[in-house]
Design a protein around this ligand. Structure first.
Ligand code: BES
Ligand code: MN
Ligand code: ZN
Length: 498
């Protein structure tokens, strides 16, 4: 998408469509006040007649409004003016984008950026606009045959600003938002692709393609023989029931000179049938989303390399399938991890931690400034937090706080959960150094504690995105979370936010 800024009055700009907003109780937004004056009271008349609604999430397109240069005026409901925060702003922009994209609008001018929004600088309002437009226009049609519905004609988006001096900030925000939107779209595509297409090899190819022609980004892929030599027997135990070869994908982005990297580790189980501890049938298709951690960190890499952030970031993705089979790992089997610690596999469906622990140990070689793993790790996390917030566990207070703020600033929210010795005790095994499950209670936490046994001495955080990475039901599909959260963290760390 292309972006521009303008200080001209909404009524004076000849675009295909201007987007303005109205609040409850008859209060006009800045753009609406201008359009209302230019049209001799048309907006107020329509409010009175009840034909346009101030309700947040509603939007109606008017055509040929007298006195206005634009062909169309989209009037978005903004809700209560006192409640108009970034979340409401995004909801209004989404509603406007949705209806405008169903018209022939190629150029849309967003005047909602003129409103005063809590925590909304010109930079953030432009960025949230670009992210929301990308999210709203996203379609997944790759697997549909026949004639595909034409994509939206929207090509260019204007951002109204109050003064010329805001243009730099605003354009920066639009650029960042557009890059994040591209990362989110990539993550959603990878998540939505079925397990027979998006295999470990497919993820590896995708990561390699991203690095092609990008001087700052390299991708290396380790095969099973190489992983075996490294002693990654925990990871390899997960893949023994399948014919699809496992891959360890290692991406390195160098934008920060000799600084220590942030390492992002993403769970890449391209299909999780549970292994010998087979999952029940209903809803099992959704376990194609069990690589959304991998998609999230690869999508983040795409975003930050597009933004050319001055920071070093490595991505490590253990990619496997978890299927039953004659050679599959059995409950009770004991495996040795790369760290040397032994693990009793009491449940082969707790496979995420078995691949992540070796990826975390592997990542030590990078001497990370911080290491964050991202995984659709536990059903227990969905029970605890629902679909709205990702769970956050960390052994480092500062890193935890950093992620909480990044969540708030990006609207890609997390919630901190505890760890501790009491929970670690639940992982005791009679036969090995630890078991891979911690019993029926506190499942999201004991999973994090398992990973904590492999992150000693590193500033580490774990994000359980089991609830947030995809939606079920009629809107079934990947969300692209937590690309926005991780991008925000890296933007803030690299001091790239004006
Ligand atoms: N990928 C699942 C976690 C999951 C389940 C995410 C449902 C989203 C929805 C993971 O590999 C798994 O199967 N976890 C088990 C762990 C248990 C055996 C300790 C779970 O949560 O049931
Ligand atoms: Mn599982
Ligand atoms: Zn899984």
């Amino acid at each position: 998408m292309e972006y521009f800024t303008t200080t001209s009055k909404p009524s004076r700009r000849a675009v295909d469509c201007v987007v303005i907003g109205i609040f409850e109780k008859g209060k006009l937004g800045a753009g609406a006040a201008d359009i209302d004056a230019a049209s001799k009271g048309e907006i107020r008349r329509l409010i009175k007649s009840g034909d346009i609604s101030p309700q947040l999430g509603r939007c109606i397109v008017l055509n040929g409004v007298a006195g206005v240069k634009a062909n169309r005026v989209a009037v978005a409901g903004l809700g209560k003016s006192g409640d108009f925060d970034v979340k409401a702003f995004r909801k209004a922009v989404a509603a406007a984008t949705h209806v405008v994209s169903q018209t022939r609008t190629k150029q849309m001018l967003n005047c909602l950026t003129l409103e005063s929004v809590a925590d909304g600088s010109p930079y953030y309002l432009a960025r949230h606009t670009a992210e929301t437009v990308g999210e709203t226009l996203y379609r997944f049609t790759k697997m549909k045959s026949g004639r595909k519905k034409a994509a939206s004609p929207l090509k260019k988006i204007g951002l109204a600003i109050a003064k010329r001096g805001d243009s730099g900030q605003s354009m920066k925000g639009a650029g960042h938002g557009d890059a994040i939107a591209a990362g989110v779209s990539l993550a959603r595509d990878l998540g939505n692709l079925p397990g027979n297409v998006c295999t470990p090899s497919f993820l590896a190819r995708t990561a390699k393609k991203l690095a092609q022609g990008n001087g700052q980004l390299t991708t290396r892929v380790l095969n099973e023989a190489e992983m075996k030599r490294l002693g990654m027997h925990s990871l390899l135990s997960v893949t023994s029931g399948t014919r699809e070869p496992a891959k360890l994908i290692v991406m390195q982005y160098k934008g920060g000179g000799s600084k220590k990297p942030v390492v992002l580790v993403g769970k890449g189980v391209t299909f999780d049938a549970g292994g010998i501890s087979l999952k029940p049938g209903p809803g099992m298709d959704e376990m194609k989303f069990d690589m959304c951690g991998a998609a999230g960190v690869i999508g983040t890499m795409a975003a930050i390399s597009k933004m050319k952030l001055p920071i070093n970031v490595n991505v490590v993705v253990p990619a496997v399938e978890n299927l039953p089979g004659g050679l599959a790992t059995k409950p009770g089997d004991i495996v040795k991890s790369m760290s040397g610690q032994t693990i009793e596999v009491l449940n082969t469906d707790a496979e995420g931690r078995l691949i992540l622990c070796d990826a975390l140990t592997y990542s030590r070689r990078f001497k990370p400034a911080a290491i964050i793993d991202v995984a659709t790790l536990t059903g227990a996390c969905v029970v605890a937090l629902g679909k709205h917030r990702s769970a956050l566990m960390s052994n480092d207070e500062d890193l935890g706080a950093e992620l909480v703020s990044a969540g708030n600033d990006s609207t890609d929210l997390v919630w901190p959960m505890p760890m501790g010795d009491e929970y670690v005790e639940q992982l005791k095994s009679n036969f090995a150094d630890m078991a891979n499950i911690g019993g029926p209670t506190g499942g999201a936490i004991t999973a994090a504690c398992f990973l904590g046994k492999f992150t000693d001495g590193m500033a580490w955080a774990h994000l359980d995105i089991a609830g947030t990475a995809w939606k079920s039901g009629a809107k079934k599909g990947a969300t692209g979370r937590p690309v926005a959260l991780l991008s925000q963290l890296l933007l803030a760390r690299s001091r790239s936010i004006p």
